[in-house]
Every structure is written in structure tokens, then in C-alpha cells.
Design a protein. Structure first.
Length: 190
């Protein structure tokens, strides 16, 4: 999918800021950058925007929990990851969408391939990041089915997460509006 010029510039900016935030272990900036990509992911529904949101959120969690201390050669990881982002940025500037998508996928693989001991943990963080970002896309009005498909998760995983989050937001002795429950059920089973 060909992105509008202003969106290309936005994604370049997000990737450049991500490189800097990762190098500086800036958790707040990483989370903010991830959230900014959700608007694009919701409106454009392109896989690269979604992947960026998940990757940046995953990085923010690794830095926030200081898991980078458990990764062998963190500095080499950052250098390798940022060099792939440089290639993704170049592909965006050259309007080579296929290469751009491949570099974003390569960035995901770099995160997923870290340390055998941490691999299951990182996979779990990636999965939870996908579900978290899916819920944000869903909040922007994209259907449950489409959101699950975009993120490569099941509708059950997404609805379970949304349901548990909605329940946490409900005050004691308060119920979910009947219309909202019915709409969620119709969307899920429809």
C-alpha cells in the first residue's frame, strides 16, 4: 500500500526518534512513539505501521523492566537494530514499500532472536505488545475481526484482553451497558 507523503515523513520521524530513544534507554519517549503509530495503524491499516507500534512498545517494555541488563551484548543489539531502522528509513525515502516491509520484519526478528534463555520471555512480551496495540486499534473503531487479523492474534485473545481491561475500569456495583455488551457480542460472533 502506497502511503501518503506526509505519512511517509511521519514514519521516518518515528523511526529516527525510536533509534535515539533506544540508544538513550528513554522509556517515556519509546511508549509515546508507539502510541503515535496507533493512529496511523488505525487509519491506514498497513502492516508496517502496526509492526512499528508493536516493536517500539516491546522495546519500551524491555528497557522499562531493565531486561536489557539480561541481554548479552545490549550495545551490539542496539547498533544492529538501529542499522536495520536506517535501512528501513532509506527504503521509505526511496518509496520502496516492499523493502521497507522487509526491514521492519527484520527488526522484529532481531528482537525475537535475542538470547536463548530470554527468547520465551521476549516472545511473550512481543505477543502481549501485539494484544495491547490491538486493543488500542480496536478503540479507534476498527472491527474486532479486522484488528485481530492485522495483528496476527485470535479474536479470543483480543476479546479476552479487552474484556479484562473493561472489567478493571468498572467501579464496584456498576455493570457494562447492555447495548455495549450486545454490540461486542454481535461484532465478535457476526
Amino acid at each position: 500500500m502506497q502511503l501518503p507523503k506526509e505519512e511517509i515523513q511521519h514514519q521516518i520521524s518515528v523511526l529516527e526518534k525510536t533509534k535515539s530513544a533506544l540508544s538513550n534507554k528513554n522509556i517515556i519517549q519509546l511508549k509515546d512513539l508507539s502510541n503515535k503509530t496507533i493512529n496511523t495503524a488505525s487509519s491506514q491499516q498497513d502492516s508496517a505501521s502496526i509492526a512499528i507500534a508493536v516493536l517500539v512498545y516491546t522495546l519500551s517494555k524491555l528497557v522499562e523492566r531493565e531486561d536489557y541488563n539480561r541481554l548479552k551484548d545490549w550495545d551490539k543489539f542496539v547498533k544492529k537494530f538501529n542499522s536495520v531502522l536506517d535501512l528501513a528509513i532509506k527504503s521509505l525515502r526511496d518509496e520502496k514499500d516492499d523493502a521497507y516491509g522487509e526491514y521492519i520484519e527484520k527488526a522484529r526478528q532481531i528482537i525475537a532472536s535475542q538470547s536463548i534463555a530470554l527468547k520465551p520471555y521476549i516472545q511473550d512480551v512481543l505477543k502481549k505488545a501485539s494484544i495491547n496495540k490491538a486493543s488500542k486499534i480496536y478503540e479507534h473503531g476498527v472491527s474486532l475481526e479486522q484488528t485481530a487479523k492485522l495483528l496476527g492474534i485470535t479474536q479470543w485473545e483480543l476479546s479476552d484482553y479487552i474484556g479484562s481491561r473493561d472489567l478493571a475500569d468498572i467501579k464496584q456495583n456498576q455493570t457494562i451497558d447492555v447495548k455495549k455488551r450486545a454490540a461486542m457480542a454481535m461484532e465478535f460472533f457476526g
